[in-house]
Design a protein around this ligand. Structure first.
Ligand SMILES: [Zn+2]
Length: 263
């Protein structure tokens, strides 16, 4: 059992799973980005990512850190989509540049995950060329969209601070993001190679939140997603406005996952 949050002492105990239930709200049926009717479901995992794994005859497993399942259809599986919490315009047209940026990043990372293991930085010009700033920022917007869809999917209020960034602001207040390479997933991949199987996959980490009793709401939400052995942690923290996220750097630091916080 987690300790109740006690921000009266300036402390916030991380809460996870059922402990976060009191801070959930009823679904509004509205797009969390623009307020229109929410009638489309964003993919937790992109179809392009899933499709890339199938032809290799790889081991396609859905996992969120607490459970795993086999995914048999990228289009139909409920494991790969969020609840309907965006309108069609926001989920498609408005966020298309984010999806494009993510696809480029994801292809690059998937293809270079073995060489990236030996790197301390990921050079964004290798992914996006001279337009790396637009590319990296739109990639971060994809992750922010993922964060918002995930919070809405889990019935948390989506922080208003996410929207100006999606609307074009160059940086998201209160959202920190860092890229990483994961030694545990690297070890699994290497073991898979020795065993003659492709043990590489896509992973979403379990969310960890923190809440303020006096404000009576969630004030922090932490999670991450991994493509093969390379991924991103993202954290929205109401109490930390200024951040130093990966996308402001041409050479984005590639941390070891075990050197980054888990909550
Ligand atoms: Zn919308």
């Amino acid at each position: 059992m987690a300790t109740p949050p006690s921000d009266e002492q300036g402390l916030q105990a991380p809460l996870q799973g059922e402990d976060l239930a009191p801070f959930k709200v009823a679904p509004t049926g509205k797009c969390w980005w623009c307020g229109d009717v929410a009638d489309t479901r964003e993919h937790k995992f992109k179809r392009t990512d899933l499709a890339r794994m199938w032809p290799q005859g790889s081991h396609l497993v859905w996992g969120d850190g607490t459970q795993t399942a086999n995914v048999r259809s990228a289009r139909k599986s409920t494991f790969v989509k969020f609840s309907a919490n965006l309108c069609g315009a926001c989920n498609n047209t408005r966020s298309q540049p984010f999806d494009v940026a993510y696809d480029k990043f994801s292809s690059y990372v998937w293809e270079h995950q073995d060489s990236l293991w030996w790197r301390r930085y990921l050079d964004m010009t290798k992914v996006y060329g001279a337009q790396w700033e637009d590319g990296a920022t739109n990639l971060a917007r994809y992750f922010v969209k993922h964060l918002g869809c995930r919070m809405a999917h889990e019935n948390y209020p989506v922080p208003a601070v996410l929207k100006p960034f999606l609307d074009g602001d160059p940086k998201a207040d209160s959202v920190h993001m860092a890229l990483y390479k994961d030694p545990a997933l690297r070890a699994r991949r290497q073991q898979g190679k020795r065993d003659g199987i492709d043990a590489t996959g896509l992973f979403i980490e379990p969310a960890v939140g923190a809440a303020s009793r006096s404000r009576n709401r969630l004030t922090r939400y932490f999670s991450g997603l991994t493509i093969g052995t390379v991924g991103v942690v993202y954290v929205w923290d109401e109490d930390v406005v200024d951040t130093d996220p990966f996308y402001v750097h041409r050479r984005a630091r590639l941390h070891r996952r075990d050197h980054l916080p888990s909550a």
